[in-house]
Design a protein. Structure first.
Lengths: 784, 57
């Protein structure tokens, strides 16, 4: 078994170790751990540089898509704008080309002036503010050392974040619960500040230092939160409240949204101002020295931190909980509560939370208030794949019938995603009314066409990059990143295409992205730099108006049209026709860069190579051809890879699309198409079935790679190489001489690697019974 | 979905193809979340769901 390692992806960076307030509930200064006394006041340039290097190294070696860094303290604004700018620029510079940086700051807000706001706008830093309610509630704890209230300064800071210029930086409010405050008064006070999200935090406590409770108030924290939950639910969940959203998510089969609840593994490390690595901050409440790792950025990598026993202890899910928790009916939602809250001197962390009774009551209450799906609402059917086709897919093959069943499931997923984007976009407080009106207009067009001509709706919605777009929208609706309005506006473009496919009439507003109006599956029109354009569809004609210019299109024609119109062109060979997708704004979703629009001469090269490759597939690899012909709808050109290397890609969310940099010869293109379509098939299978335990965060050795892979990555690679092995076996048989010998060597290489990977999968202990069946078919398919 | 009496491997992914698009936002929460969790999943890029730091609002 390989050594388990769950990569770290969240980092709390302490940029200043002191605070300008003296809140009496602060875990940094008022709890058991007093290590702050010995820390440097501010983070040094050297620590900043080493931290950025360590994070970038870790992100690169584990291929992290996103890294979150939270600037923290003490009070981080005390570090000053120059130091914070340096932190942001060094982190961004180190992570460029490696991972997306999600940079945030958590502040008490009292120093948040225009200069800081400008800095955060420049550096794309999201701001969370601590505030405990109205003036009286906030003044209960959040005061200066001389007893003076901080309320007015905090309100002024939040006011800055509410202005149009900085609104996109406003990530939410953190409210530490004090049950002496009126819960609805606190809720109303926070709602008046129009936050995108509220986090209600239980005060830090342990069994050694239990939270304050009134006599007989064993569930007082639950009662406090329930009062707010009921109001929030009655108001239609007008704002994200992480505690409630997390409970609802986990009660309905989704993920936990907070470290304070649920069974997800902790992936966080703290870096102190002196460069020490620590475990999560809240452990300071448990005992003096509790968060210490003994490691620092100067001598140790983040891989070493990820293997620290204290970090590993919070990655065991259900197995890491005490027996009482393991047997609790709400354990999936609760997860034993915040790790720190379980601490007792005699037994360490192997206890239920000191808020156990509160969590049980709250989760049970939320569960009882969830709308139970009425029989009429609940679809009677779930997706299925015939036993024969499932076995064929598992063996690495599967024909058009198997692909058709996978395609059916994708239709369901897209419908749900479109509904979720519309619903979330319409309800998001940060989205301007004008954008919501556009969303509503597009939704009306789409739902009408879906009702009247479902095949036309499907022709537009089944474009591979529609799901990529929808997923990005939902992700950005959670984080409130800039550009969301334009992104949501793309629903108008999908609606316009559906109307065109239906031969219907429709008028929608669409965003102009990178100087173009994009109509998925049809092409793009270059209109110059504008925000939006008006699209009118009438039968098979489309009129686009941007500013004072107007274009009339007849998109049915693959060539011609007005200047600036770039239609999606098609690659054809006997028995197959796929879109050459070199215009869609959401196609660039792979680890390799999308190629720009191809010139006609490049298109001709693609056509020749594709035709020859397809002939090769049909002649020498006939078992793969029918499924590819049925399921491959878009081929996306990639920019050339590193010299001497052929590159290709697929994406889980882009069913039906394969991305390839045009290789020198058609045999290589045939191999890349077969390889990538394996990923497309397996991704769609995984959309329907659980083949492995998603909570297994370990990384595994893949024989063909230097880095370690998560279980799904290993499964995907092995499934693709099943076909690669088969490809070289066939090449060995249809070629002669040196070519056959080389093919034979490649066959043996990939066969052995695939077998070894299948053994790793089987021995992982994390395959579901269906996954074991799937991998067993894979194993039997590796022929000698 | 093919109409056949052949044995099939069942799943929990709701088949909503026959549910009008206009009704999608009002689907039952359980149905919606089950399907959404699958539609959003991509653990080959991001290994597992992880615990979100509380103070990273």
């Amino acid at each position: 078994m390989n050594r388990p390692l769950v990569p770290l992806s969240q980092f709390v960076l302490k940029v200043h170790s002191r605070c300008d307030l003296a809140c009496d509930h602060c875990y940094v200064y008022e709890s058991a751990d007093q290590s702050w006394h010995g820390r440097p006041l501010a983070i040094s340039d050297e620590v900043i540089s080493r931290t950025a290097e360590r994070i970038a190294q870790h992100a690169a070696s584990h291929r992290l898509g996103t890294v979150q860094v939270v600037l923290h303290g003490g009070e981080p604004l005390l570090a000053g704008p120059d130091r914070l700018r340096r932190v942001a620029t060094e982190l961004r510079s180190a992570l460029t080309g490696i991972s997306r940086l999600d940079l945030r700051i958590h502040t008490n807000g009292v120093l948040l002036d225009e200069e800081f706001c400008e800095l955060f706008a420049e550096q794309d830093v999201r701001v969370g503010i601590s505030i405990d309610g109205d003036r009286a509630a906030n003044d209960r704890h959040r005061r200066y050392a001389n007893g003076r209230s901080s309320y007015d300064q905090v309100i002024r800071a939040i006011g800055r974040l509410q202005t149009a210029r900085f609104r996109h930086l406003y990530s939410g409010l953190l409210c530490t619960i004090d049950i002496a405050n009126d819960p609805l008064g606190v809720y109303e006070a926070l709602m008046r500040l129009a936050p995108p999200r509220i986090d209600f935090l239980l005060p830090h406590a342990t069994w050694e230092n239990p939270p304050a409770r009134p006599p007989g108030g064993d569930e007082a924290y639950a009662d406090w939160l329930i009062a707010i939950f009921d109001r929030w639910l009655a108001e239609g969940r007008p704002v994200q409240v992480r505690t409630f959203d997390s409970i609802i998510s986990t009660l309905t089969g989704g993920d936990s949204l907070t470290e304070a609840l649920g069974l997800a593994p902790a992936v966080l490390a703290v870096i102190e101002t002196d460069g020490s690595y620590e475990q999560v901050d809240s452990l300071k409440t448990a005992f003096d020295g509790a968060p210490v790792t003994g490691l620092d950025v100067f001598g140790y990598s983040l891989d070493a931190v990820a293997q620290h026993p204290g970090i590993l202890a919070r990655q065991h899910g259900l197995a890491g909980l005490c027996r009482t928790c393991q047997e609790c009916p709400v354990v999936t939602s609760c997860g034993g509560g915040l790790y720190t809250h379980r601490y007792r001197a005699a037994t360490g962390f192997a206890n239920p939370s000191v808020f156990c009774a509160d969590l049980l009551k709250l989760i049970t209450h939320v569960s009882s208030r969830l709308p139970q799906a009425a029989p009429a609402e609940q679809p009677a059917l779930t997706h299925r794949v015939s036993d024969t086709d499932f076995r064929a897919l598992a063996a690495g093959f599967g024909g058009p019938a198997a692909v058709a069943q996978l395609t059916d499931a994708q239709r369901s997923l897209r419908r749900v995603l479109l509904g979720a984007v519309y619903q979330a976009g319409s309800a998001a407080p940060a989205i301007p009314d004008q954008v919501k009106a556009g969303l509503q207009a597009a939704w009306t067009v789409l739902t009408d066409i879906d009702r009247q001509q479902p095949e036309a709706f499907d022709a537009a919605a089944s474009h591979p990059y529609v799901r990529v777009w929808a997923v990005r929208c939902l992700e950005q609706l959670k984080t409130g990143e800039p550009g969301l309005a334009a992104m949501l506006g793309h629903l108008g473009a999908i609606a316009a295409v559906a109307a065109f496919r239906a031969g219907a009439q429709a008028s929608v507003t669409v965003p102009v992205m990178a100087g173009a109006v994009h109509l998925p599956t049809l092409g793009r029109l270059l209109v110059g730099e504008r925000d939006t354009a008006a699209v009118t569809v009438a039968g098979d004609a489309i009129t686009i108006v941007a500013g004072d210019r107007r274009w009339d299109l007849a998109p049915s024609a693959e060539h011609g049209g007005p200047a600036g119109w770039q239609p999606v062109r098609r690659l054809r060979a006997p028995g197959i026709c796929v879109g050459l997708e070199d215009t869609d704004p959401y196609r660039d979703c792979h680890q390799w860069r999308a190629a720009p629009r191809l010139a006609d001469s490049e298109l001709a090269r693609w056509q020749r190579c594709f035709e020859d490759a397809w002939r090769e597939i049909e002649r020498d690899h006939p078992a793969y051809a029918p499924a590819i012909a049925a399921g491959l709808s878009a081929l996306m050109p990639l920019s050339a890879g590193p010299p001497g290397r052929d590159i290709s890609a697929s994406a889980r969310h882009a069913f039906g699309a394969v991305a390839v940099a045009l290789p020198e010869d058609p045999v290589t293109l045939a191999l890349l198409l077969i390889h990538e379509f394996q990923h497309v098939k397996l991704g769609a299978v995984l959309d329907i079935y659980d083949l492995y335990d998603p909570a297994d965060g370990r990384l595994f050795h893949a024989p063909w790679r230097e880095d370690l892979r998560p279980l799904e990555g290993l499964l995907q690679g092995t499934y693709a190489h099943l076909a690669v092995t088969d490809f070289w076996r066939a090449r060995r048989e249809v070629t002669a001489g040196a070519e056959a010998e080389a093919a034979g060597q490649r066959f043996v290489y990939w066969r052995d690697h695939t077998r070894e990977a299948i053994k790793t999968l089987t021995g992982s202990g994390s395959l579901t019974p269906l996954g074991e069946r799937f991998v067993s078919e894979m194993r039997q398919s590796v022929r000698p | 979905m093919r109409s056949t009496s052949e044995a099939a491997v069942s799943s929990v992914l709701p088949d909503v193809r026959a549910v009008p698009l206009a009704k999608m936002p009002s689907l039952g929460t359980v149905t919606l979340n089950q399907a959404l969790a699958r539609a959003l999943s991509d653990s080959s890029a991001c290994p597992v769901p992880v615990a979100a730091f509380n103070s990273a609002i």
